[in-house]
Ligand binder design. Structure first.
Ligand SMILES: [Zn+2]
Ligand SMILES: [Zn+2]
Length: 349
């Protein structure tokens, strides 16, 4: 099968890979769509703390089951599934006893095992979610970052109707968070430093949008709230900067809450500790999507969430590196890039 191999940081090449036989609990998945994640970009450059090389990346996958391994009972050939990204390590106690389906330390395809920038990848059946009829493969792939946003908005920050929320960052997760906060009945202020991303936030329904490098976000928020501050902040920028967290704590009201979704490259973001302590502000983390794909699929099926508006490019497998470079350069108004390994030619939306 064809796969996009990242031999080492910034050296990517299409290769022919042999597929190994399936072990207990595994399924062979034909990749129908895989979206490129910001963490893939970190892996491409060699900045991702967990990625090992050589590596076939790709962990936002939507696939068709083409083969089921021993012991798989709840999936069959032909099923349309999202996810599946975990593989038995082969080394832990359960794996050595032959119960690879109960592995204690599973590998992560796309990071520590081969992922979905390929025609096929091997995943674990119990990590797959059936895609309902009426949801396309591309939508199912992009549902992954939306589910990460939903965990932050609904579970961690528990956004309520009528609240005023600042969402820092208008990338795919930030825009998903904005749309989901609106669905919760909140009013949303979105910020970014890239103009076309600010424009998308506006087009998708944000109530106020500021360019964080041009506008004084703190002053704008204080005049908007008569000096009180926003009820909650969701930080979806991360990276190596040290601007968003101090701003989040500064802009949130007394007793307000900041949820951090962005992944930070370094372990030293500054908190304005005097303000934070005296005004009883809460800062908490939000990680991954423990609620799974279901709630996002429900919103898409109900016509409340249009994930395809976040997809800017659909590319064939051989253009995966091009997709990464578009994201890097923030070129061509790139938002979410979806790789469709069986697609003939690129399609600019
Ligand atoms: Zn991701
Ligand atoms: Zn194991």
């Amino acid at each position: 099968m064809k796969a996009m191999m990242l031999w080492e940081p910034e050296r990517m090449e299409m290769v022919d890979l042999e597929l190994r036989p399936l072990r207990r609990g595994e399924v062979l998945l034909k990749v129908e769509a895989c979206s490129i994640c910001g963490s893939d970009l970190e892996g491409y450059h060699g900045w991702h703390p967990k990625m090992t090389y050589p590596r076939v990346m790709g962990h936002e996958a939507a696939s068709t089951v083409v083969e089921v391994g021993p012991g798989v009972v709840d999936l069959s050939v032909g099923d349309r599934v999202a996810g599946g990204e975990a593989l038995p390590c082969g080394k832990c106690a359960r794996c050595r006893e032959g119960h690879t389906d109960e592995c204690l330390t599973p590998l992560g395809p796309g990071f520590t095992a081969h992922g979905a920038y390929a025609e096929y990848f091997i995943g674990m059946a119990k990590r797959c979610t059936r895609i309902p009829d009426g949801i396309s493969f591309a939508e199912a792939a992009v549902a992954q970052p939306a589910a990460i946003a939903r965990h932050a908005v609904v579970t961690r920050a528990a956004i309520q109707p009528g609240e005023l929320v600042l969402i820092q960052g208008c990338g795919p997760i930030g825009l998903s968070a904005m749309m989901l906060a609106k669905l919760q009945g909140a009013r949303v202020i979105s910020t970014d430093i890239v103009d076309y991303r600010c424009g998308m936030a506006r087009a998708l329904g944000a109530d106020h949008v500021y360019n964080a490098h041009r506008d004084n976000v703190y002053d704008e928020i204080m005049s908007l709230t008569l000096g009180k501050g926003v009820d909650k902040v969701i930080e979806v920028v991360g990276g190596a900067q040290d601007e968003t967290l101090p701003q989040a704590v500064q802009c949130v009201k007394r007793g307000g809450l900041v949820a951090v979704v962005g992944s930070f490259a370094e372990n030293r973001a500054t908190l304005p500790v005097v303000d934070f302590k005296f005004n009883e502000k809460t800062v908490l983390g939000s990680q991954s999507m423990p609620e799974g794909y279901g709630p996002i699929f429900d919103l898409v099926l109900a016509g409340k969430l249009d994930l395809m508006r976040l997809v800017s490019h659909r590319l064939p497998l051989e253009m995966a590196e091009h997709g990464l470079k578009l994201m890097d350069a923030k070129a061509e108004n790139v938002m979410k890039v979806v790789i469709e390994p069986w697609r003939e030619e690129s399609h600019r939306l």
